[in-house]
Design a protein around this ligand. Structure first.
Ligand code: UDP
Ligand code: MG
Length: 339
């Protein structure tokens, strides 16, 4: 009994957005994992899987709520509306920080290998505060996704932003690291960039990334681009510096072409220059527009940061108040109706 009390309470935080197709399987596999960890005396039996429903429009929440009744390891919370993967994950981590000793974040589609969760916990026992899950290969990703990701990591590196290569949001954090993370109050969240900044002891565990169990990726190109752009602009002012250097370069070229034009004028060949003049005007005009756009991007960031809007609102929180028997009947009723 004494031993049991000293075991860490693990929370596995899973953001879910329209995941009805995979969720049952995910619940099954993750609760088996926790059960095994409990049996091996690695985590406390109060450990849980915390599903965060990110405003799904399908039966995701019904599945979570029902599982929370039947399965002692399952709990959940439902956000009032869709806020995106990073914020949904943060909502779950916030909750976990209050009640657990360490938390693992993982996607609902189980693309990340859950068999390494055991190694995560072992590393935690070894005293690490942060354990990164790192993909060994990207064989299952499309050619496009693989290369855009590679380009992104390279670019971030160039700009001096510390990222763990090929690490997504599959990681373990101790409560200490979690609490520290939650002190970062910026709204433009890029968890991957912030966690290396925490400074706590960290290690890596390698695994092969698999295909999605079922359903479709909730990260279409549009979301991917905005995610990458967000990551870049919330950590670096390098683009703005680039614009400034470009400005200097252009000024220099302007001086040379200007002198050349003057020289031509004295030679009496002035009617010619019209085309080049027009081209320069367009060129500079375009450049100015880009500069203004970039500056605008940063002003936009300042704008959202100073507002300090809450990042999410919790609708239902099973940790705060479990499902009542009345509601349970409702859920079962819903189930029957869905057939
Ligand atoms: N997700 C979320 N909110 C969103 C989009 C995605 O909570 O608005 C969750 C999703 O349910 C999954 C995780 O974020 O658990 C990663 O999404 P997905 O697997 O679709 O991304 P990919 O693996 O294709 O990058
Ligand atoms: Mg996925």
């Amino acid at each position: 009994m004494d031993r049991q009390q000293q075991l860490p309470k693990l929370f596995i935080v899973v953001p879910c957005y329209n995941e009805e197709e995979v969720l049952l399987e995910t619940i099954k596999q993750l609760s088996n994992t926790i059960q095994e960890l409990v049996t091996s005396d690695l985590v406390a039996k109060e450990s849980k899987i915390l599903f965060v429903d990110d405003g799904s429009r399908d039966k995701t929440w019904a599945i979570i709520a029902k599982a929370s009744v039947a399965n002692e390891f399952v709990t959940g919370m439902k956000l009032a509306k869709n806020v995106g993967h990073q914020k949904a994950l943060l909502a779950g981590l916030h909750k976990a920080a209050e009640v657990c000793d360490c938390a693992i974040s993982i996607d609902a589609d189980l693309q990340d290998d859950i068999t390494v969760i055991r190694q995560f916990v072992e590393k935690y026992h070894d005293g690490y505060d942060i354990v990164y899950g790192v993909r060994d290969s990207r064989d299952t990703d499309s050619f496009f996704k693989k290369n855009t990701a590679l380009f992104f990591y390279r670019l971030m590196e160039r700009l001096g932003i510390q990222l763990v290569y090929n690490h997504a949001d599959f990681r373990l954090l101790s409560t200490r690291a979690l609490r520290e993370l939650l002190k970062y109050e910026e709204s433009n969240l890029f968890l991957r960039g912030i966690i290396p900044l925490l400074g706590y002891s960290s290690t890596k565990v390698y695994y092969d990334r698999k295909k999605r169990l079922a359903g479709e990726s909730k990260y279409p190109l549009k979301k991917m681009l905005s995610f990458a752009f967000d990551g870049l602009t919330s950590f670096s002012i390098a683009p703005i510096r680039l614009i400034t250097s470009l400005g200097f370069l252009l000024f220099f070229i302007g001086v040379i072409t200007g002198s050349y034009a003057l020289f031509q004028k004295f030679l009496g060949a002035t009617t010619e220059g019209w085309t080049s003049l027009m081209i320069s005007i367009w060129f500079i005009g375009g450049l100015q527009l880009i500069s203004i756009g970039m500056i605008g991007e940063y002003i936009g960031k300042v704008f959202t940061e100073v507002k300090r809007r809450p990042k999410y609102a919790v609708d239902i929180d099973l940790l705060e108040r479990p499902i009542l028997s009345r509601e349970r009947d409702n859920i079962i009723h819903l189930e029957e109706k869905d057939g």
